[in-house]
Design a protein around this ligand. Structure first.
Ligand code: GDP
Ligand code: MG
Length: 173
């Protein structure tokens, strides 16, 4: 294990591709169909930043309400939170506000937050434009990324952005 370990939590509505994003980044894999997540599950992935090896501990969450209390307790120890929605699903985008307020209530000072519009490979089914994603993220002072867990587009960029932020001191006093 590397000397620095950071916890990254993935949140967002059910079906947006949280588990698929995690699997793409950790194992460079994608499988059609839901990846089952019961409550919270994590995977470690080592990355190099500025020549230093750091471990990203990736915490997956299931969107169900009944896991809300579990999610809350994980917010408290999160170094970073990835809030994902599905660009083909308006409802999941509308819920971003709800997730932002949960993150703001539950996460510690200096927690790195990013907003991710996933499934950008589904160009014909897209209903949430990049501009709306950008504007929403901007209004919460978060960077915005678009990803496809299916093709892998954008996925590494999200995690490397977070790794760099954290390793360069975002969470240090
Ligand atoms: P979660 O509930 O947020 O963890 O969502 P899952 O990771 O289980 O994904 C939900 C469904 O969306 C599954 O059928 C995935 O195969 C599919 N999916 C996830 N990410 C993508 C993506 O980037 N592109 C496409 N086309 N499908 C995706
Ligand atoms: Mg899942």
């Amino acid at each position: 294990m590397a000397e620095e370990v950071y916890k990254i939590l993935l949140v967002g509505e059910s079906g947006v591709g949280k588990s698929a994003i995690l699997l793409r980044f950790a194992d460079d894999m994608f499988s059609e169909g839901f990846v089952t997540t019961v409550g919270i599950d994590f995977k470690n992935k080592d990355v190099k930043v500025d020549g230093k090896l750091i471990t990203l501990q990736l915490w997956d969450s299931a969107g169900q309400e009944r896991f809300k209390t579990i999610v809350k307790s994980y917010f408290r120890s999160a170094d970073a939170v990835i809030l994902a929605y599905d660009v083909t699903d308006e409802k999941s985008f509308k819920r971003v506000e709800y997730w932002i307020s949960s993150i703001e209530r539950g996460s510690p000072e200096g927690c790195v937050k990013v907003i991710v519009g996933n499934k950008c490979d589904l160009k014909l089914r897209r209903v949430v434009t990049s501009d709306r994603g950008e504007a929403c993220a901007g209004s919460h002072s978060c960077p915005y990324f678009e990803t496809s867990a299916k093709t892998g587009v954008g996925v590494n960029k999200v995690f490397m952005y977070i790794a760099e932020k954290l390793s360069r001191g975002a969470r240090k006093p």
